[in-house]
Design a binder for this molecule. Structure first.
Ligand SMILES: [Zn+2]
Length: 380
């Protein structure tokens, strides 16, 4: 009995001692981990600031291993993987965050957003679409809709694009009317049997946009309805005055077909006096020649233009109709002039500088809408 009591009396302090030791060891380890964790974190930060992304990733992986519950470290690591083009690893990090039950709603939405960005950057459009749809009703909703809009445009899914543009318009994210009109025009060119209705809808959606009116007039002209084509373009002169250089040539064509030269010509001349330009000049010359074939006065307009602007395009067009003293060399001179004039007649995207012979509503270089001014390179 006594020896048992002795053992107990002796054992208690030992047990306490062992317990205390164990708790000290735990505490020390815990402290060590916590000291290591910020150290790894700051090391990672330091590497990031020095743009050493590989080393930063290693440091953050160490920090995440020491403290797997911190979501901020996961976000930092996931974003780093994405920036380095390691999309699979970025997806794994963000999916891991989403699978966790202990993160806040805000962090969950952030992880969903980050996952959508991973898929977008990786070019996995279907998965990106699913991830972006899950952001409806979150603070990332508008950004997600804009990203989906860009995807639909890229895949030329104009009806889906139109749906999103309407949502963005209704949400007060600026006016998407002109963009919507472009989508309707794109649909019209893909569905000729519904083109008329779609273009009318586009004109109603964006009354100040030139494209629906221009394409509507082209359709009417092809159908032999020159008078209504001419009326549409005459209206467009007032509705979309900045598109005047683009309207001039088709209006001249429609006016000749509809016998409206006596009405349209003075109108274009008045507009030319307000805002001279190569395309307007050419339309006036064409209409003059149509109303009085063979008369030299039409080409006097080129000279009038040259008095105001040192335009190589106008000079070349004037010379083309002149009889030179050494006329046998005219074709050679004309060829050289036409060669020099070619680049001056191009259109140039104001956003990226991409040049093209034809005017684009959406730049093939940078995908920006309405970035091509209506005027030619020589006039910029
Ligand atoms: Zn561009």
């Amino acid at each position: 009995m006594e020896s048992e009591l002795n053992w107990i009396l002796l054992g208690l302090p030992i047990a306490f001692g062992l317990g205390w030791l164990a708790s000290r060891l735990d505490l020390r380890q815990w402290r060590m981990e916590n000291r290591q964790n910020p150290r790894a974190y700051f090391r990672g930060l330091n590497f990031l600031l020095n743009e050493q992304q590989d080393q930063a990733i290693d440091a953050f992986i160490e920090a995440v291993q020491n403290d797997p519950d911190t979501s901020e470290l996961h976000f930092a690591l996931g974003n780093l993987f994405r920036r380095r083009g390691e999309y699979e690893r970025a997806v794994r990090v963000h999916e891991h965050l989403l699978a966790r039950g202990d993160i806040s709603l805000a962090d969950r939405q952030r992880a969903q957003h980050a996952l959508a960005l991973d898929y977008l950057k990786a070019g996995l459009i279907d998965r990106a679409e699913d991830a972006l749809l899950k952001l409806e009703g979150t603070p990332f909703e508008q950004e997600a809709r804009l990203a989906r809009l860009a995807n639909y445009e890229r895949s030329r899914d104009w009806s889906q694009a139109a749906q999103i543009a309407r949502q963005l318009d209704q949400a007060g994210q600026g006016s998407f009317a002109t963009r919507l009109a472009h989508y309707l025009c794109e649909q019209a060119s893909a569905q000729p049997e519904q083109a008329l209705a779609l273009l009318e809808q586009a004109r109603e959606t964006a009354p100040h946009a030139a494209r629906p009116r221009l394409e509507l007039a082209r359709l009417q002209l092809q159908a032999g309805q020159a008078l209504s084509a001419c009326a549409i373009l005459e209206d467009a002169l007032e509705a979309a005055p900045s598109a005047l250089p683009l309207l001039a040539a088709p209006l001249a064509e429609a006016a000749m077909a509809a016998d409206r030269v006596p009405v349209v010509l003075p109108r274009l001349q008045a507009l030319y006096r307000q805002s001279p330009g190569i395309d307007l000049l050419q339309a006036i010359v064409t209409l003059h020649q149509a109303s009085a074939p063979g008369a030299a006065s039409a080409r006097d307009w080129y000279i009038q233009h040259l008095e105001q602007e040192p335009s190589l395009v106008a000079a070349s067009r004037w010379i083309a109709g002149e009889r030179l003293e050494h006329e046998q060399f005219h074709p050679l001179v004309q060829r050289a002039l036409d060669h020099a004039v070619g680049p001056l007649l191009r259109y140039r995207c104001a956003a990226c500088g991409f040049e093209a012979k034809q005017h684009f509503w959406q730049c093939p270089g940078c995908q920006t809408w309405d970035s091509y001014p209506a005027r030619r390179v020589e006039e910029l």
